[in-house]
Design a protein around this ligand. Structure first.
Ligand code: ADP
Ligand code: MG
Length: 322
């Protein structure tokens, strides 16, 4: 069992940022409205995620760290599960196998409980005092897998990867307030009030929503909302062209390319815009089977959608709203 977990851990826990991603997703799945992510020493000393979601009962808490103990019902077609597909109920046990894990949880109107897993040994369940919700503490990540330290890149790269995960999650969920604290310093706090311009100013910087243009478009069963930052704000990488499908950040080359082409007349080559494209798509039109971990997604009618997206973006940039 311990060995199986460690093997599975390799798939789920590549680096500290992957732990952050799994824990945030659990908090989102638990209906949290506020998620606080604290990271110390690039996440190698500790990663603490606190949420105000519906929490776990004493029984669920004891089961949560067992393999394949998902409480969630999965439909293959449900895109909202895309990134947990493949490691259903494997995140917490995998994390537990490569760290010292402690979870505290409290269901509203009930007492709080605590459990820890160290060296694959699960503790007795104890009482804990906390607000309703869940707090997961991951200490000493990779303490028992020295080889994995080799894969840790620079401090800069790891911190960047963590920041990226939190920011993309915040952008995917404008109604959830996210806080990222690194080594005791508050990096960002999103309001969670649903306002995309405010979210843009928080994530990208003050006044970045100045000159923002928005679009709203329907193509058959697909609804698209786009927020296009002023072309004067450019990046040297395409990472800030974000595509969200059914509230999940995804990677899709064709759509990203369409956005770049839509901005083409405003931005010189080798520079990229900042844009947010939110799509609501019938899950049956989305192929979730492409590298779920890497968040790559293929759409059934991708050619048609990406072909149409470029002129929509172009027109929006020209006229403001279509
Ligand atoms: P999965 O998310 O695929 O179900 P995980 O290993 O990530 O598997 O989590 C196992 C279970 O623990 C979840 O199904 C859920 O019941 C519970 N759980 C984990 N994190 C939280 C949380 N933040 N709030 C409430 N329940 C949680
Ligand atoms: Mg999970």
């Amino acid at each position: 069992m311990a060995l199986a977990n460690t093997i599975a851990a390799g798939e789920v826990v590549e680096r500290p940022a992957s732990v952050v991603k799994e824990l945030i997703e659990n908090s989102i799945d638990a209906g949290a409205k506020q998620i606080i992510v604290e990271v110390n020493q690039m996440g190698l000393e500790s990663i603490i995620v606190t949420d105000d979601g519906f929490g776990m009962s004493k029984l669920n808490l004891s089961k949560a760290v067992l393999r394949h103990a998902t409480s969630k019902i999965f439909k293959i077609s449900d895109l909202n599960q895309i990134s947990t597909l493949g490691f259903r109920g494997e995140a917490l046990p995998s994390i537990a196998s490569v760290s010292k894990l402690e979870i505290m949880s409290r269901v509203r109107g009930s007492d709080g409980y605590q459990i820890s897993v160290v060296n694959s040994k699960q503790s007795e369940i104890g009482h804990a005092s906390l607000n309703p919700g869940t707090k997961v503490i991951v200490r000493e990540l990779f303490y028992n897998t020295p080889a994995r330290f080799k894969y840790i890149k620079s401090e800069y790269a790891e911190k960047n990867a963590i920041t990226d995960v939190v920011f993309k999650q915040a952008l995917s969920h404008p109604n959830i307030s996210f806080q990222l604290i690194m080594d005791g310093k508050l990096i960002k706090k999103t309001l969670g009030n649903g306002s995309i311009p405010e979210l843009i100013d928080t994530i990208y910087g003050k006044n970045m929503s100045d000159g923002l243009k928005s679009l709203s478009h329907e193509m058959g069963k697909i609804k698209i909302k786009g927020y296009l930052l002023d072309p004067k704000f450019v990046r040297s990488k395409r990472n800030d062209i974000s595509i969200f499908i059914n509230h999940r950040f995804v990677k899709n080359y064709a759509l990203t390319q369409s956005v770049i082409e839509g901005y083409h007349t405003y931005i010189m080559t080798q520079k990229y815009p900042i844009a947010l494209i939110y799509m609501d798509i019938d899950p049956s039109l989305v192929d979730v089977n492409v590298h779920p971990q890497k968040m790559e997604v293929k759409l059934a009618n991708e050619k048609m959608i990406s072909f149409s997206l470029t002129p929509i973006i172009k027109n929006t940039l020209e006229s403001g709203r279509i």
